[in-house]
Design a protein around this ligand. Sequence first.
Ligand SMILES: NC(=O)c1ccc[n+]([C@@H]2O[C@H](COP(=O)([O-])OP(=O)(O)OC[C@H]3O[C@@H](n4cnc5c(N)ncnc54)[C@H](O)[C@@H]3O)[C@@H](O)[C@H]2O)c1
Length: 423
Amino acid sequence: MTAQASDRLGVGIVGSGFIADFHTRAFRGVRDADVTAVCGRTESAVRAVCDLAREQRVGDPAAYADVRDMVRDPAVDAVWVTTPNHVRAETVRAITEEVSSGRASLRGIAIEKPLGRTVAEAAEVKRMVDEAGLLHGYLENQVFAPGVTRAHDLVWSRGAREAGSPYLARCAEEHNGPHKGWFWQGDKQGGGVLNDMMCHSVEAGRFLLTPPGVPASEWLTPVSVDATIAALKWSRPAYAEELMRRYGPEVDYRNRPAEDYARSTIVFRNGDGDEVVAEGTTSWSYVGAGLRLSFELLGPEYAMQVNSLDTEAKVFLSREVAGQAGEDLVEKQNAEGGLMPVLPDEAGAYGYTEEDRHMVTRFLDDRRPDEGLDDGLQVTRLLMAAYLSGQEGRRIDLTDTAQQAELDSFVPRVAQGTWKPGH
Ligand SMILES: NC(=O)c1ccc[n+]([C@@H]2O[C@H](COP(=O)([O-])OP(=O)(O)OC[C@H]3O[C@@H](n4cnc5c(N)ncnc54)[C@H](O)[C@@H]3O)[C@@H](O)[C@H]2O)c1
């Protein structure tokens, strides 16, 4: 049986860090796929993901150092791109060149958030994938999180059907800062927390405000974006020193800070002709048990809410217990004592499992996933509008064609290393 006719999908993961680990765990809940290859720059990290795949019994992957070699492997039918933002375009270029030249044959490509660091870069990534003729998925896990999708279904089928469509989505993602140096560097990552985490909240907001089964870009027309960015914690001298100690001189928040707080208010016109609003709040300056995701959707006679730290399981550790730092209770854990929430299945709760299942099923069925690179590009446009608003202190009118053209080539000051907090 050829790979094309198989009813199982062989998945190659490129990038062997934090999110590659999460996807590997998530594949435990995907019955018709195997992790057949892993590619990365560091041999030990690639080996660790391969070992994890075997331990979780989701595949017996081959290890690769070069993504071109990986996609030529006939056991690889689809690629999950999890390399850092600054190598996203070159990774996709290598994959699509192999496909276009006929050296590799793939059914689909799934790409982690954010799609690009700018509108131009995201559009380039989408163009390369389109030209290679591949099915594509945008890996925005939050719109697959079971709590979010179930509550979304219920408020639309019960609330909105009787009382009218929802008008306000509030989405937030907060933790105490990322785990690798490149995330903190505006040029490599594309900005600060706005680019890194507002991409989740913007897409979650679009998803919640849109009826189930309808593409968000058909239902919602962007009208305006108003945003604030700020450096609240990590550019204070003691914390800037701490970052430099952890990650080296490239992460210099005294001279080249990135925002660790961002808020955006996006106004849309929905398919009923009503004005609706998506609010997003994201921060790397949050102090709490660990990563906190929250979602709310409000309509005329109903509301839903999800908070990832409202867990059914909790543990209490008294002051007599001196625990070692870890992330065994919750992602980006901040404490090892007191009353702590426990997320027993983070890959499931955050949406990675359902996301991977959806992508695999669609690639096997030769159908485009519900979350595609066009969504990733739309999110990037809204994020860049938010940066423009935040750095210039004005509301961005997205109905204005001159404004849209400006966004096509816009690079945020944070990404250029020239942003001064307070401006
Ligand atoms: N959906 C989510 O919730 C979520 C969470 C974390 C990260 N992400 C996204 O996933 C991507 C990776 O983030 P991460 O946290 O895993 O980063 P990471 O730094 O932990 O891991 C990145 C991995 O890519 C490898 N790599 C770097 N350059 C490479 C290259 N040219 N070819 C192959 N491998 C290369 C690195 O060696 C490393 O193993 C980012 O785009 C990030 O925004 C998404």
